[in-house]
Design a protein around this ligand. Structure first.
Ligand SMILES: [Fe+2]
Length: 127
């Protein structure tokens, strides 16, 4: 699967958040590479956990900065719906021993890209 690349189109105009998005892209790429590289289940679990933990931390950072936006609750709900999905994925993988499939990974990637471009950029501009 193709790796993802951060470019200026993803910039929200706040350095701290741009850096976090760049780091998030790196963690997603680690996950894509681990997924595609035939690595062990343990390794896949480690990268998955690292990515999910960082997503959580990153959303928290964004939410601290976006509280004043009139549609803040809508944004926060997008985050929490996504976190729920990642936790379900993690639970299925760890507890039920299910595999990760390419469709799930594609969903994750497209959600992140669309959320940054469609929601984050808009919200930070409107602040
Ligand atoms: Fe966001």
């Amino acid at each position: 699967m193709e790796l993802i690349k951060w470019d200026a189109g993803y910039s929200v105009g706040v350095e701290e958040i741009d850096h976090q998005h760049q780091h998030l892209f790196k963690l997603v790429n680690d996950f894509i590479e681990t997924f595609g590289g035939g690595h062990s289940r343990d390794k896949l679990r480690t990268v998955l956990e690292e990515m999910i933990n960082y997503i959580d931390y990153h959303f928290f950072s964004e939410e601290k900065l976006l509280k004043a936006h009139p549609e803040f609750e809508k944004h926060r709900k997008e985050h929490s719906d996504f976190v729920k999905k990642t936790l379900l994925l993690q639970g299925d993988f760890i507890e039920k021993g299910e595999g990760i499939n390419a469709d799930v990974l594609k969903f994750l990637i497209s959600w992140l890209k669309n959320h940054i471009i469609g929601t984050d950029v808009k919200f930070f501009q409107e602040l």
